[in-house]
Design a protein around this ligand. Structure first.
Ligand code: PMP
Length: 428
């Protein structure tokens, strides 16, 4: 394969050093810097299916898959063809286009709760728009989020939570003023909070996939629905990861609970930048230009992203999700056996098509408090041992393992075979 290194540079380190001079930390999304696992990142030159290649030509079997954005695998021919056809017609116009209509129809026809859809360019934009929409619709300010859920880099949703208790208004990062999170309540995952009439919305990862992979209790999502109905709050499912990954109608279909609003990203853009908010017509029409809640975006509904998204959704149906569930189980079973054989304490929780990893001799997590008991240092050792074996996992102990349509059984079995050696090397 041709490796497009350019700039006369050859090694990962050369590229990373030069990037670090002009890009803070050398990365454009902080987790990519390997800070939590140690070491320095490989610099990707290209990717194909289940494989990524760094600038040195090293091949990795890839479980990152753009954090779930490329469910068909890297450089899938259908995505490449769709984007290539679209790009020749121009990359962005600042006017409505047929493809955004078709992608909205494709989502709406598959997800009954999404009578209307508004597009933007990232999951972060989707969650911030959903919060603004819910506040504008209800005329209320309070937002309820769950400890250990992640909704992107949105000020109001970057609130720190206390362990196992409900807390209000602590900025989760420098740069978020107290005022931005003063109306944000952080409550424990998998417990239905008691709400009151000050609550505009509850936003939840219906399956949590940013504290490892944590399944919702059977009564949790239905309880949230009932509690939101009781006080007139908007229920938002953040399906940026689970949307069109758990199944055609995402977590809401899998658990049979209907939110008022759903946020999307990742899969619906086929690996290009995208975000979306979907919901009931009457609620969605609160957005400008029909309603009072402002939303706009120069590149929103982008022709390339909508082309890629349409191609991706075209390849996904109930049969592909059955197959993805089978593969997720096969991979988790293989990794579990590999770690057990080496005496490396780890478990691989499976929720539908999603796989998580929990290191250490701990109970299966049900919330952030239990998720934090994972042995992060052990994850770092396993991560590096896998990388040495040519398997790329996410450089963080709380990320999901993304199995996609490019991970056929031969890839899965190669990964688990390499995991035997990696687990042996990672034993403390
Ligand atoms: N919500 C969830 C559940 C996510 O996992 C993420 C990112 N991984 C986001 C929102 C933010 O999406 P983006 O990175 O596209 O802004």
């Amino acid at each position: 394969p041709t490796v497009c290194t350019g700039a006369g540079l050859r090694s990962n380190d050369e590229f990373f050093d030069r990037s670090t001079a002009v890009i803070p930390g050398g990365v454009n999304s902080s987790i990519r810097a390997f800070r939590s696992v140690g070491g320095r990142p490989y610099i990707v030159a290209r990717a194909d299916g289940a494989r990524v290649y760094d600038v040195e030509g090293t091949e990795y079997l890839d479980l990152v898959q753009s954090y779930g954005a490329v469910i068909l695998g890297h450089a899938h021919p259908a995505i490449t063809a769709a984007v290539t056809a679209a790009v020749a017609d121009g990359t962005s116009y600042g006017a409505p286009t047929p493809r955004e209509m078709k992608l909205a129809e494709a989502i709406s026809s598959r997800v009954p709760s999404c009578e209307q859809v508004r597009f933007m360019n990232s999951g972060t934009e989707a969650t911030s728009t959903a919060v603004r929409l819910a506040r504008g619709y209800t005329g209320r300010d309070r937002v309820v989020i769950f400890h250990g859920n992640f909704h992107g880099a949105t000020d109001a949703l970057l609130a720190a939570g206390g362990s196992g208790v409900a807390t209000l208004g602590l900025p989760g990062t420098a740069g978020v003023p107290d005022g931005a999170v003063a109306e944000t309540m952080v409550v424990p995952y998998n417990e239905v909070p008691t709400l009151d009439e000050s609550v505009a919305c509850v936003i939840v990862e219906a399956v949590a996939a940013n504290m490892g992979v944590v399944a919702p209790d059977p009564a949790f999502l239905a309880g949230l629905r009932a509690e939101c109905d009781r006080v007139g709050a908007v229920l938002v499912f953040d399906e940026v990861i689970t949307g069109f990954r758990l199944g055609t109608d995402g977590a809401q279909g899998a658990y049979g609970v209907t939110p008022d609003l759903t946020t999307y990203g990742k899969v619906i853009g086929g690996g290009l930048p995208v975000g979306a908010v979907g919901g009931r017509r009457e609620l969605m029409e609160t957005l400008s230009p029909l309603g009072p809640v402002f939303h706009a975006g120069t590149l929103s509904g982008n022709p390339l992203a909508t082309a890629a998204g349409l191609a991706a959704l075209d390849h996904l149906d109930d049969g592909t999700y059955d197959e993805l569930r089978r593969r997720a189980r096969r991979l988790a079973d293989g990794l579990t056996a590999a770690c057990a054989a080496a005496g490396f304490a780890a478990q691989f929780p499976v929720v539908g098509t999603l796989v998580g990893m929990v290191c250490g001799d701990v109970d299966t997590p049900t919330d952030f408090e239990s998720a934090k008991r994972t042995d992060e240092a052990a994850y770092g050792r396993f991560f590096h041992a896998m990388l040495d074996q040519g398997v790329a996992m996410a450089p963080g102990a709380y990320e999901a393992i993304f199995v996609g349509l490019a991970h056929d059984d031969s890839v899965i079995d190669a990964i688990t075979e390499r995991a035997h050696a990696a687990a042996a090397a990672a034993v403390a």
